[in-house]
Design a protein around this ligand. Structure first.
Ligand code: ACM
Ligand code: ZN
Length: 751
């Protein structure tokens, strides 16, 4: 319902743009000159190409077919003669080499349309640009016309990056073959050229392997707790069909066959490939699981090499993605075969055993002419032989890949995870992404191949995928195609608003650009108050809010100016349009206390994935929400959280508190206990409290708990230190037992 409402609101805003003769191309070309007037394409227009130039010819034929399907029956002429009036010419002559394989030029003038490119992909992208020079309705299946008009333009264009991808996770939720083909069309339309097809997971194996039929007979189906069975897979014929469909649209399909982790579905089918050999079920929970392929067992490598031998027959891509992420080492550490392998291969730890594993696969694939690509964990223990890297845990992981001289595809959680809600990763945030790390050595920049957006589907069945991918895919397509000095968000947004007409015509059920309400807070100069701004997602909405815990209604206080808070407050806000609420109620809690905005010192390095908004996040007054990826929580894995607040002068301390999140399936646990110390000089500390939580909540899967104490004794001090003890590895009963746990902290409060 939420999507429908906002989509209607969005639509009415654009009707006015539709009438103008503006050109709104996404992604934006390198150079673009619009002239007065337009060229009319009719049944009399001839499409001319030299038939000996097969690359140009196949694209000219594609354009003719496209126009014919819309009712404009141009003729294809297989020679470029002197009669060049009312023509569309495809030619490779006079196209500068600098435009590369994917670049193109279009010149539309009163006499003719001339399209130049060096390679087939360039001609193909020129045609995608022509599509966007037509009225938006051109994209409707039932659009028919006697003639088409194209404005007089001169366009010179080429991409900034060669790898412009989307990762579709068809495992957590299955997407049918036609849906995948539709996504290939949508990628190509936006000049993207890689479909990273995530085909194997804990919760489902989706590709038929003739030699191992059980991977799909067993591994493609999971039985939910209510007894229902969920699943599906692609036959090898399906895969061939999709790959051929993609090739015609200049989309390379890179299959991902996960190893050594995220492999429970395969182990459920063939339990002898795991360290314990115990029977397993295809997973129904989301998370990271301790059962992974045994690295000491040669059968594992025989199986994977056999599987990959079938995979490479199906995918012409020179790259095979082998996963490599999130592989807990617990089973390996406790497995006699894995331990023996460590010894015989003279490896010093289990990260090196993973490197051995990946290197063995890489060398095998190299004999077949293929290069591996793996998630950035594959750099732990040293870069495996020849491996390419996909950086996901942060842009710094791309820097690490460059240091190791590895070609890298960049897709950090901070900007490229389209499974994250728009409240966390909005359109503007995606648009602000740059795949090249700031500090990159210029000699290494060519190793940055490009980037990808990731559509993980734990919480996204097929019918919701459009609303998560769009409109954010428009931003990533431009980030990866257009040079950064050509990009400016407000101007992009205008084109996006027009482009919705095309997405409507293409039948895309796009979601939101941003949250209907966003909270922006600022600490007052006196550090005794906060100002909270409520930013509405669209101009035509009205925001209303409450501070007493009630749900906002159309009668609640309308937001006019930043709300001044001088004490702890929970704000609830919602957007309204003509008296109707649009979207969810958004809730945020703010803490105003003596420690607000005071200088702090961290005795740990927060994870780049969970910085909470910066090094002052723990005293920024904003309280973390139940979502671990809300951008407010600050986190560290396998370590204690130590933070010292400087109150500025010695003063009475009446109470202390620090909040933590627990999300057990995601390995996030409450600390074992929290020690609180006080000091006058930041050197000698006295412990004033040891805080614990009730046993009854220790195994509750999800909660927020604030460790606090008041009036422990009459205490004065200037420096207050909190030491939250990491509870140690995930316990035996946990799916990731033995793996380091996360601590997620937010907001230290001293009163
Ligand atoms: C990943 O998101 N685990 C690559
Ligand atoms: Zn083992």
């Amino acid at each position: 319902m939420r999507n429908v409402l906002l989509a209607i609101v969005v639509l009415t805003a654009f009707l006015s743009c539709n009438k103008t003769n503006e050109v709104n191309l996404i992604p934006k070309p390198v150079s673009f000159k619009l002239r007065d007037g337009s060229f009319t394409i009719s049944g009399k227009t001839k499409v001319k190409v030299d038939s000996t130039d097969s690359l140009a010819f196949e694209n000219a034929a594609y354009l003719v077919e496209l126009f014919n399907s819309k009712g404009v029956s141009c003729a294809l002429e297989s020679a470029i003669n002197d009669d060049l009036l009312n023509c569309i010419i495809f030619t490779r002559t006079s196209c500068p080499d600098s435009l590369g394989a994917e670049g193109y030029m279009i010149d539309v003038n009163p006499k003719a349309i001339t399209i130049r490119a060096n390679q087939s992909a360039g001609f193909f992208y020129a045609i995608q640009t022509l599509r966007q020079l037509m009225p938006a309705n051109f994209e409707k299946n039932d659009f028919r016309a006697k003639s088409l008009t194209i404005p007089y333009v001169v366009i010179v264009d080429k991409p900034r990056f060669s790898w412009r991808g989307l990762n579709l996770d068809c495992c957590r939720h299955f997407m049918n073959k036609d849906f995948v083909k539709r996504y290939i069309d949508l990628l190509a339309y936006h000049k993207m050229n890689v479909l990273h097809w995530h085909l194997t997971e804990d919760q489902g194996w989706r590709i038929e392997i003739k030699k191992y039929p059980k991977v799909t007979e067993v591994g493609a189906w999971r039985t939910n707790t209510d007894g229902t069975v969920y699943g599906g897979f692609y036959t090898q014929d399906d895969i061939r069909e999709v790959v051929a469909y993609a090739a015609k649209r200049h989309v390379m399909v890179v299959p991902e066959i996960e190893m050594p982790g995220h492999s429970v579905a395969a182990l459920a089918a063939y339990p002898h490939l795991s360290c314990t050999g115990e029977p397993l079920k295809v997973e129904t929970n989301w998370g990271v699981f301790k059962d992974i392929y045994c690295a000491g067992n040669d059968s594992t490598f025989i199986f994977l090499q056999d599987v990959l031998s079938e995979v490479i027959e199906l995918f012409p891509s020179p790259y095979i993605h082998i996963g490599g992420d999130e592989a807990p080492k617990y089973r390996w550490e406790n497995c006699p075969k894995c331990r023996a392998r460590l010894k015989t291969e003279k490896l010093s730890n289990y990260e090196e055993l993973q490197r051995y594993f990946i290197t063995r696969i890489s060398k095998f694939l190299e004999t077949k002419g293929k290069t591996i690509i793996g998630w950035d964990e594959i750099l732990e223990g040293g870069r495996p032989h020849n491996a390419m890297v996909q950086a996901w845990r942060g842009i710094d992981r791309a820097s690490e890949a460059l240091k190791a001289n590895a070609p890298v595809v960049v897709s950090p959680t901070s900007h490229c995870y389209f499974d994250y809600p728009v409240e966390v990763t909005n359109l503007q945030k995606v648009y602000s992404f740059d795949p090249v790390p700031d500090k990159a050595d210029s000699a290494k920049v060519p190793l940055v191949l490009g980037g990808e957006c990731n559509m993980w589907t734990e919480y996204a069945p097929q019918e919701t995928v459009d609303s998560k991918v769009f409109p954010r895919l428009l931003a990533i397509s431009e980030v990866l195609w257009t040079y950064s000095n050509q990009r400016e968000y407000p101007e992009f947004l205008k084109r996006v608003r027009y482009h919705y007409n095309r997405l409507d015509a293409l039948g895309v059920s796009y979601g939101f650009e941003q949250s209907a309400v966003e909270f922006k807070s600022r600490i007052g100069d006196d550090r005794k108050s906060m100002a909270v701004e409520l930013v509405k997602g669209q101009d035509n909405l009205e925001v209303r809010y409450t501070t007493n815990g009630d749900e906002p209604t159309e009668k609640s206080t309308p937001y006019r100016k930043p709300i001044l808070l001088t004490s702890p407050t929970t704000l609830k806000a919602a957007a309204f349009n003509n008296g109707y609420r649009v979207g969810d109620v958004f809730e945020r809690a703010f803490m105003v206390s003596k420690s607000l905005g005071k200088p702090i010192e961290l005795g740990f390095k927060p994870s780049e994935k969970y910085m909470g908004g910066g090094l002052q996040a723990l005293v920024d007054g904003r309280l973390g929400t139940p979502k671990y990826n809300d951008g407010i929580w600050q986190a560290v894995q396998g370590e204690d959280i130590v933070v010292t607040v400087d109150l500025g002068s010695e003063q009475p301390i009446n109470s202390v508190a620090i909040g933590f999140l627990q999300n057990i399936p995601s390995w996030i646990f409450l600390p074992g206990c929290v020690d609180v110390f006080v000091s006058a000089d930041n050197s000698t500390f006295e412990r004033i409290a040891q805080l614990d939580c009730p046993d009854s909540i220790k195994q509750q899967p999800m909660l927020i708990y604030r460790f606090n104490a008041s009036k422990v004794k009459e205490i004065k001090g200037r420096f207050v230190r909190f030491v939250a003890h990491n509870p140690g590895p995930c316990p035996d009963w946990h799916p990731a037992s033995g793996s380091p746990t996360w601590l997620f902290a937010d907001e230290v409060v001293v009163e």
